[in-house]
Design a protein around this ligand. Sequence first.
Ligand SMILES: C[S@@+](CC[C@H](N)C(=O)[O-])C[C@H]1O[C@@H](n2cnc3c(N)ncnc32)[C@H](O)[C@@H]1O
Length: 347
Amino acid sequence: MPTSTHVPVLLEETIEALSVQPGGRYIDCTLGGGGHAAAILERSSPGGQLLGIDADPEAIRAARKRLGAYRSSSLLVNRNFVDLQATCIKYDFFPVHGILFDLGLSSLQLNGDGRGFSFQHDAALDMRFNPEQEITAADIVNKYSEDDLDHLIRKYGEEGFSHWIARRIVKERPIETTLQLAQVVEQAIGRRRGRIHPATKTFQALRIAVNQELEHLEAALRQATELLGSEGRLVVISYHSLEDRIVKKFMQRESRDCICPPGVPACVCGHRARLRLVNKRVITPSRPEIKFNPRSRSAKLRVAARIFEPDGYHGSSGEPDMLYTTEAFGWRKPALLEKIRMVFLAA
Ligand SMILES: C[S@@+](CC[C@H](N)C(=O)[O-])C[C@H]1O[C@@H](n2cnc3c(N)ncnc32)[C@H](O)[C@@H]1O
């Protein structure tokens, strides 16, 4: 398997989950090497449009090359998906038929020189998706207190030996490179057991903290839901349990009419479902896919469709504000989004 190019995970399943249609509008919030984006553009032509977002400027460059044939139907933006709504408002790109999040790292980042994401190569402890972000992994490793490191490695790495690792890090610092850190973790908790390197969880924890991955995911899922047209699809591929838990909880909560705690005799929350679960069970890669692309082994795909309240999102006249209609989708421009847009433009 080539390691320099990123092989898109669950590709067919993703296209099906997004229900890609000719003429549709889609957002790929994690463009990476552009693998999923290329398939979306191919299946949505003629007339399809794609907004591709990635926090990493290198990913945007790689995707621009790969999607050269679709220059007129794609718009690629170097932004963090935590700014999803503002980005869509800026480019007037909503509502959409489908939004994809394929979380985590691309092979370009894992194998790239000097990014510090992997302990397979010696590099500075950086781990920022975007080099303009302020905090690097080296800042955390060398400046946090032992207690804070312990907490971070336990919380974001789900590492049971976080206490030993934090203590060793503090003893050995300054730690400047990936191999140095991997060695320190090995010294703290022992050598590799099975196929997983002992530093795997610590590296995951640092990457999540540097990029505020979990907070950004929660915020972006809420924004994505607002941007979908009726029956538009929200598709998320996650690679570890912390991400998957957030996605699962979000989709479950947003697909319920009432989220009052159990035991409350009558609903007081007034919550209304905005999503419908398309697949109750999570979708995972087949054995042949895992064999061909071992990086896909932990992937979990979840999909939900946007629903509207029958009396929701009408203009002040009471008539729905029609943006446009296709045969497959009867769309309304959500009044709430229009309000947000006006506030944004006025700011
Ligand atoms: C697994 S890769 C996506 C691969 C892509 N689907 C493909 O087929 O080539 C994940 C990408 O998401 C980007 N990413 C992760 N978190 C992000 C965020 N909060 N905002 C924008 N991009 C993000 C990473 O920089 C990386 O390029």
